[in-house]
Design a protein around this ligand. Structure first.
Ligand code: URA
Ligand code: CA
Length: 433
């Protein structure tokens, strides 16, 4: 087989075979296919698209390019959740103990934040003593004992995706639906998921800015799941404004605890119930959404989800006391209120720009090598549709420096206020199975 023929076939809009796709992935991973041929091939995919079968082959070829986590020693259906990334998205911290308390095993591999989006590992590390360096066998044992464990990305998972992603970044081929869909799905499958619940975000703060694009991506991933025999469903949810109120690591841990206590922000709570329901159904612990919501609400109400969260933290070295006393979380030296300069209604809160403001404050990383400050961040006091008076606080900045001029300027610029009350954005656009 010659790579030039495979490129030409895709360039001309033909359908590739499993062998041709595997030939490319294996050759590119081991270096026998060059960057220039891979670049041309990616661009051909960008323009000619791939059908569900080809995307399934591409996904599995990437899964097979490296190690896979073997979770077969864990009893039950392993359901993983993946979010395409947002601002203030604390759902994993809430969902993991929530569905685990309902009996679905959660064996989660999580990542760090980059750019305007946060990462679950960073948030967990805001809890004193918590560590993710556990061996694969400890990981499996903990999930069997507690139903919940979280580790960092370990081993050589999907090296083909790593190499391709870097190449896509510099060849203008990142925003291709078959390439994004196969990239995400390959990582979830290599991490051992039997079933996958996807939270595909749409809006300013999301990778997919329009609902049409978000739906197309979700559709592709659900189709890949079918092709490769992993039950997959997708929820399209709003990221036109940050989720909940808190943005920043320790601040989001506190928001997660509030939510597990039943006192969380309305949007964050609802999204967790929607995603959690899909996870219980996929894990065969609930027969339908109504049954699932009843169970999820019950483990919030009786405190068992929060109790499980505390046990999980303790098992991985973290201080379980923070669950009862969030004051023990790292705290910034200054809490400074940002006040509105006009009276009206909040019409827009640009999630990506607010995420950048939190990042510049130190809550996130501009590059992978940056250090972050776990205590700092932004707590919004308003959401889209809320009335606001001149001089009223719209956000509180948690900072370790007294000078927050830059953050204040960004918040006032990207939180829009007008005289007319807008429609509140819809939280859930669609559930796709
Ligand atoms: N996230 C991924 O993991 N892969 C992509 O290709 C795009 C976003
Ligand atoms: Ca939040």
């Amino acid at each position: 087989m010659r790579m030039v023929d495979v490129i030409q076939k895709k360039r001309d809009g033909e359908t590739l075979s499993e062998e041709e796709i595997r030939f490319f992935i294996n050759g590119y991973t081991d270096g026998t296919i060059s960057d220039y041929q891979a670049s041309a091939f990616l661009m051909a995919i960008y323009f000619s698209d791939m059908n569900a079968e080809e995307q399934g082959y591409l996904t599995m070829a990437m899964v097979n390019s490296g190690d896979q986590i073997d979770l077969s020693a864990i009893e039950g259906i392993k359901v993983d959740k993946h979010s395409t990334g947002g601002v203030g998205d604390t759902t994993t911290l809430i969902l993991a103990p929530l569905v685990a308390a309902c009996g679905v095993p959660v064996a989660k591999m999580s990542g760090r934040g980059l750019g305007h989006t946060g990462g679950t590992l960073d948030k967990l590390e805001a809890i004193e003593g918590f560590h993710i360096e556990i061996s694969e066998s400890e990981f499996v044992k903990q999930v069997n004992d507690l139903k919940l464990a979280v580790i960092g990305q370990s081993g050589n998972l999907t090296p083909a995706d790593k190499k391709l992603y870097a190449l896509r970044d510099v060849t203008a081929t990142v925003d291709s639906i078959p390439l994004i869909a196969s990239s995400i799905m390959s990582k979830k499958i290599a991490a051992g998921a039997d079933a996958i619940v996807l939270d595909v975000k749409t809006g300013d703060g999301a990778f997919m800015k329009t609902t049409e694009d978000a739906e197309a991506l979700a559709q592709s991933m659900v189709a890949i799941g079918k092709e490769v025999g992993r039950n997959t469903m997708a929820v399209i949810s709003d990221m036109s404004q940050p989720l909940g109120y808190a943005i920043g690591n320790a601040l989001e841990v506190k928001e997660a605890i509030d939510t597990l206590n039943g006192n969380g922000p309305e949007d964050l709570t609802e999204l967790c119930l929607v995603l959690g329901s899909e996870m219980l159904i996929a894990g065969e612990k609930a027969k339908d959404t109504k049954d699932a919501r009843k169970q999820l609400n019950a483990v919030i109400k009786d405190g068992s989800a929060l109790e499980l969260f505390a046990k999980f933290l303790e098992a991985q070295g973290g201080n379980p006391e923070i669950v009862k006393n969030p004051e023990l979380l790292p705290k910034a030296a200054y809490q400074i209120e940002v006040k509105s300069t006009t009276t009206g209604f909040i019409t827009k809160m640009e999630a990506d720009e607010i995420g950048v403001a939190a990042m510049l404050l130190g809550a996130g990383r501009a590059t992978k090598e940056d250090d972050i400050d776990l205590a700092v961040g932004i707590v919004l006091k308003k959401k889209i549709g809320d009335a606001v008076k001149s001089g009223e606080t719209i956000a509180v900045v948690h900072s370790n420096t007294e000078n927050i001029l830059q953050t204040e300027r960004l918040l006032l610029k990207h939180i829009h206020i007008s005289q007319h009350a807008p429609k509140r954005p819809k939280l859930i656009y669609k559930v796709m199975k």
